[in-house]
Design a binder for this molecule. Sequence first.
Ligand code: FES
Length: 188
Amino acid sequence: MSNEANAAAPDAAPTPPDAAEAHVPDEPRRDFLIKLSLGLGGVAALAVGVPVVSAVLAPLLQKNPQAWRKVGTLTDFPVGSTHLVKFENADPVAWSGVSSESAAWLRRDSETTFTAFSVNCSHLGCPVRWEQGAGLFMCPCHGGIYYKDGSVAAGPPPQGLTQYKIRVNGPHDVELLTAPIPITNITS
Ligand code: FES
């Protein structure tokens, strides 16, 4: 009786064939899913990272294009007068609209020489106005004041007004050397 029982015991609790067989194919599937997750994670990281890195590096690698722009003719600027002149930036993009334009205060110092300053205050960029009577540039935003030569007279501006190069091209045309906004590193 006991021999019969012992002989029957192995048959009483056999390993389910389905479970044993199902365990084997799980590993390749798990490996596949891990690799798929890593691959998708890498693609997602690239999709997010490439634009971010490009946005950070692009301004560092970009050249500052400049271009001469005509702002008038000699007869437009009597000697000793100061005028607000507008011009298109050197590298406007198609969708920039009015932001593709800049302006400068242009003074004719003599028959052959001009001085031009950016209208943008060096503090936070508000447009300054020229006060002929006082001989000063005034910023309406925080009270910044500049002398006639563009240097700071009072207020918060950390430095003088940015100066543009000017030339007379041909017999009459007065031209200004532009730069992209924000204007940097231009001195006459
Ligand atoms: S923006 Fe001109 S003083 Fe602040």
